[in-house]
Design a binder for this molecule. Structure first.
Ligand code: PHE
Length: 335
């Protein structure tokens, strides 16, 4: 009878091939209502003298079953671990997944470079609307009604008194209107002019620079611009100021750097002059101060404006401005 029990158990356990079936089998034999437990309970029904022998036999079988269950359990656990390791393993010889990543547009790259340099010199960054009132774009900047810049040929008009801003200079007026001096900021952004050829696009970017306080002189303008240009184009780059005219600055200057392509010897890009025109600048015209209620007797300041595309073209030797906006990935990938 005991031998039958052992035989049945061995048959049953040999049919088990996973841990959950094995656990069921353990309950079936050794659980609180299991076969072995039952047998031990039924000992009490035997005559007194038979009990020790029967008890010993049942306990032997119990130990045998326990040991067999334990060893099968550890075998199954190992097999399962092996299976899991196999299915989880990484084939290091497979080629990786291609993850395409973007990069900054060359214009944004140059813009952030310019911004970084001025922020380190203590300039804040301001913005103004691209759809602008005639008043801010022209009138408050002392650009009279008959000025050629107001011509329909150059300016996109939305209505009689609303334009797409033709430069970032209107931000000067907007900032002064809401703040008392001292002010010191740059204003990067998009500007629009009705013009298109290999050096002009109808939309392009400018960075305006502006600083007003007591006692600001042309020397401050020279110092700030030289510091900027030397960081942007290299410490040895020659810088020169030429007299010029803008209605909103007086005196005004055009600022050149020594040609970074030919080193000043004269080439196609600098048209043989050895110099590249890089920005317009000047001392803020008192007439502009009058529009915003700054006292020109108390305050003075400077302003400058530069074209970002032009700087990017020089920096990267690009000879057609339209490349920036054709979105040819082969072009854009190079920066
Ligand atoms: N706004 C001028 C332009 O677009 C540049 C400029 C800015 C000149 C500030 C002087 C001072 O050409």
């Amino acid at each position: 009878m005991m031998e039958d029990l052992k035989k049945t158990f061995l048959e049953e356990i040999s049919a088990v091939n996973n841990l959950s079936d094995l656990s069921n089998l353990r309950v079936k034999y050794l659980g609180r209502k299991g076969i072995i437990t039952d047998r031990l309970k039924s000992l009490s029904a035997l005559p007194h003298e038979e009990r020790p022998l029967q008890g010993k036999k049942i306990n032997e079988i119990k130990e045998f079953i326990e040991a067999d269950l334990d060893s099968k359990e550890s075998r199954l656990k190992q097999e399962e671990l092996k299976k899991q390791l196999l299915s989880d393993s990484v084939d290091v010889t497979l080629s990786g997944k291609f993850v395409p990543f973007g990069r900054q547009h060359p214009i944004n790259k140059v813009l952030s470079e310019i911004t970084d340099i001025f922020v380190k010199m203590g300039f804040s960054v301001e913005e103004g609307p691209e759809v602008e009132l005639d008043y801010y774009n022209f009138e408050a900047l002392n650009i009279p009604k008959d000025h050629p810049a107001r011509d329909m040929q150059d300016t996109f008009y939305i209505s009689d008194d609303i334009v797409l801003r033709t430069h970032t200079s209107p931000v000067q007026v907007r900032v002064m209107e809401k703040r008392k001096p001292p002010v010191r900021f740059i204003a990067p952004g998009k500007v629009y002019r009705c013009d298109a050829d290999i050096t002009h696009t109808p939309m392009f970017h400018q960075v305006e620079g502006f600083m007003v306080d007591k006692g600001i002189t042309f020397s401050n303008l020279k110092g700030v611009l030289e510091a900027f240009l030397h960081q942007m184009f290299g410490a040895d780059t020659p810088v020169r100021f030429r007299p010029s005219f803008f209605p909103f600055t007086e005196p005004s200057a055009e600022v050149d750097i020594g040609c970074i392509l030919c080193g000043g010897a004269g080439c196609r890009v600098c048209k043989g002059s050895g110099w590249l025109e890089i920005l317009g600048a000047g001392m803020v015209n008192p007439k502009v101060f009058e529009h915003v209620g700054y006292d020109p007797e108390e305050y003075s300041g400077f302003a400058f404006g530069m074209g970002v595309e032009r700087i990017a073209m020089l920096k990267y030797s690009i000879d057609d401005i339209r490349m920036f906006y054709e979105n040819d990935i082969r072009f854009l990938r190079q920066f």
